[in-house]
Design a protein around this ligand. Structure first.
Ligand code: NI
Length: 155
């Protein structure tokens, strides 16, 4: 595993639509492992491939719950219910936090690293992470959705 550099807000790669993964090979596994290491080193709970400069539909999430490390390849939001508004940040936007409205409960369908279909249901922070990271794959950033920015001193 190796840590990769995190792309910052303002770079064009964060605004591209990512391509579907078609080959579940060692190159993908290396990307997943590198992304996980990069995310943990930055104390993040989610990271999408464009944030390390790879335009692929690949996400890693770990909100420190019973699911542990979640890997999503070609994820699709398959269902959502309710609403929640909470503070959110992004590793590509260090030091910035703002309130974003998200669904309260989210079902996501994806493939695992071997190409096997998987699905997860998340509430709270996990539901937010699913939406935030899938947005990244479509070039959408949390900053686009912030209702109100949180001032630095309130953090
Ligand atoms: Ni992000």
């Amino acid at each position: 595993m190796a840590k990769r550099e995190i792309v910052r807000f303002g770079e064009e790669v964060l605004r591209q639509k990512c391509a579907e993964v078609t080959e579940f090979n060692e190159e993908l596994w290396e990307l997943l492992d590198d992304m996980y290491e990069t995310m943990c080193a930055a104390n993040g709970v989610g990271l999408a491939a464009p944030q390390v400069g790879e335009l692929l539909r690949v996400v890693v999430i770990d909100v420190d719950d019973k699911n542990g490390r979640i890997e999503l390849i070609n994820p699709v939001i398959a269902g959502m219910r309710g609403k929640q508004t909470d503070s959110e940040g992004c590793l590509s936007h260090p030091g910035k936090y703002g309130y974003v409205e998200r669904p309260a409960k989210v079902k996501v369908k994806a493939r695992d690293r071997y190409g096997k279909p998987v699905s997860y249901i998340g509430t709270g922070l996990l539901a937010r992470a699913f939406c935030h990271e899938v947005d990244h794959l479509n070039g959408i950033l949390f900053a686009d959705k912030v209702i109100e920015w949180i001032e630095e001193e309130q953090k």
